[in-house]
Write a protein that binds this ligand. Structure first.
Ligand SMILES: Cc1cc2nc3c(=O)[nH]c(=O)nc-3n(C[C@H](O)[C@H](O)[C@H](O)COP(=O)(O)OP(=O)(O)OC[C@H]3O[C@@H](n4cnc5c(N)ncnc54)[C@H](O)[C@@H]3O)c2cc1C
Length: 480
């Protein structure tokens, strides 16, 4: 019988990170995956989508470089782009496999199911079955695309994100059901490559959950780019005709039809907690497949942990990895818990969007008296010199303490800039801390500093005069 201190089910960014840390802490570990090492993130999610988004951005930049004296007429061999993307994925997943092997982690390919509170049965991908006994287990089985009746994913008319990221031909007309993160990233990617894109979103804003002002800003940019967006609208059915597909939608002004060649279904992902035999051993799983956990990431059986998408939102790779590290430390006997104060999120639209902490709406809902600082990239020398001036940095801060509660960025390199704001919130920084920190020039990071200054109504590169009852006035009074 194969016996291990810990068995990890799922080798995505939650599972493989947990397995490596457990091995570093001296535990004997097996990681079981029925798919590919790296999970959704490395194989069909974060990495492949960002590789294609990079290629599309480069293509668009080249096509529009005449203003700065560069004259090229690019053409794209998308099959080659896909080949390159696959090489990136292969390299990364290969590295993960190598790391796991070097740390002595046993990699088992197959589908895992609990047979008892300390025993897992594995159905091999090609043949046979085997079992592993364990002291502790970590469930990191991720999530899957949510489907809706009438829109079965057939890979031809209706596709999911995995299939849309594997096309070797660029579609002419793409309709997207769901204007969330995945839908908008893929929509903007193909729009850059010449696809006619229409987005149907049930809520009254794109990117539901993101700061409304930032989401509206993206809506305006989509319009400028020619992406059609239908908000507060519902996809009803589609029909196949001689000239492609006709998607019927219900909009606030009545029924409408969208002509397209393919439909991307991206209305969200549901956790993969069902079908693992957890119910038989007394681990609670919600009807939606989520495995509830406490702050130590323990399920209702304390020696069985759940991390990543399967343990609930936000569905982000770095959240899964952080939970993987915490679960590993707890299993190794360390006094840890998941106490993340600021969980950043990055959205690779164009421009990028990144957020951390409270939005204005959330601050209002929590009854917090707050104030806001904003700094537009149009006033940044660095943004101007790279021709990416759309967007802004916005900070939400607490009135009584000036503590930074949230930061929301739409603009160039937002995904990298948000790291500083995340650290600021984790460290309990105030807007003064941000404003008083010297930032290198000329960089986009100066926009965070100027946003701090703007919150105090004293930014240099935008017109900023203290108003009555302003935080600046309070600051002046404090120092009088
Ligand atoms: C198109 C797309 C783009 C994305 N972009 C980003 C991004 O830019 N940034 C970001 O932070 N997040 C992004 N995400 C989300 C991110 O991919 C997930 O949050 C992350 O992969 C979750 O990690 P995980 O370890 O929980 O699970 P997963 O990565 O889903 O891995 C789960 C693994 O478990 C295995 N498994 C499942 N059931 C079993 C079983 N019974 N037995 C054995 N193995 C099993 C699966 O084969 C899989 O390999 C994106 C997602 C998609 C779909």
């Amino acid at each position: 019988m194969n016996k291990k201190d810990v068995v990890v089910i799922g080798a995505g960014p939650g599972g493989y990170v947990a397995a490596i840390r457990l091995a570093q802490l001296g535990k004997s570990v097996a990681v079981i995956d029925k798919g590919s090492l790296g999970g959704v993130c490395l194989n069909w999610g974060c990495i492949p989508s960002k590789a294609l988004i990079h290629a599309a951005k480069l293509y668009e930049e080249m096509a529009n470089a005449e203003e700065i004296g560069i004259k090229v007429k690019p053409s794209i061999d998308f099959a080659q782009t896909q080949k390159w993307k696959q090489e990136v994925v292969k390299k990364l997943t290969g590295n993960i496999g190598q790391l796991l092997k070097t740390y002595g982690v046993e990699i088992i390919k197959g589908e895992a199911m609990f047979e008892g509170p300390h025993k897992i049965k594995i159905k091999g991908v090609n043949s046979g079955q085997e079992s592993v006994e364990f002291g502790s287990a970590i469930v990191a089985t991720g999530s899957k695309t949510i489907q809706i009746p009438g829109f079965d994913i057939d890979g031809e008319n209706v596709v999911d994100s995995k299939q849309a990221l594997e096309w070797t031909k660029i579609p002419k007309r793409l309709a997207i059901i769901g204007g969330g993160v995945i839908g908008m990233e893929i929509g903007m990617l193909y729009q850059k490559l010449g696809t006619e894109v229409t987005v149907v979103e049930m809520m009254d804003q794109l990117l539901p959950g993101v700061d409304a002002e930032i989401a509206q800003s993206l809506g305006r940019i989509c319009k400028k780019r020619g992406i059609q967006v239908h908000l507060s609208s519902k996809a009803l059915e589609y029909k196949k005709g001689k000239n492609g597909l006709s998607l019927e939608i219900e909009t606030p002004s009545g029924k409408n039809k969208i002509d397209c060649d393919v439909i991307l279904l991206s209305i969200g992902r549901s956790p993969n907690g069902a079908g693992l035999g957890l119910d038989k051993i007394g681990v609670n799983v919600t009807p939606k497949g989520q495995i509830p956990v406490n702050s130590k990431l323990q399920t209702s059986l304390p020696h069985i942990f759940a991390i990543g998408d399967v343990a609930g939102p936000p569905q982000l790779a770095h959240k899964a990895s952080k939970e993987g590290l915490v679960a590993a430390e707890i299993i190794a006997g360390h006094n840890e818990e998941y106490d993340v104060r600021a969980m950043p999120g990055a959205i690779f639209t164009d421009p990028e969007i990144a957020t951390v902490g409270l939005s204005e709406a959330e601050a209002q809902k929590q009854g917090i008296a707050y104030f806001v600082g904003k700094f537009p990239f149009a006033a940044s020398g660095r943004a101007l010199s790279t021709r990416h001036t759309e967007g802004m940095v916005k900070i939400v801060a607490e009135k009584k303490s000036n503590l930074i509660l949230g930061c929301h960025i739409i603009g160039p390199d937002a995904s990298d800039l948000i790291g500083e704001a995340t650290l600021a919130i984790e460290m309990g920084a105030t807007v003064e801390d941000l404003a008083l920190t010297v930032h290198p020039h000329p960089t986009l990071s100066e926009s965070l500093m100027e946003c701090g200054e703007a919150a105090l109504e004293r930014a240099i590169h935008i017109l900023n005069r203290p108003a009555r009852e302003s935080p600046r006035k309070r600051e002046v009074e404090k120092h009088a």
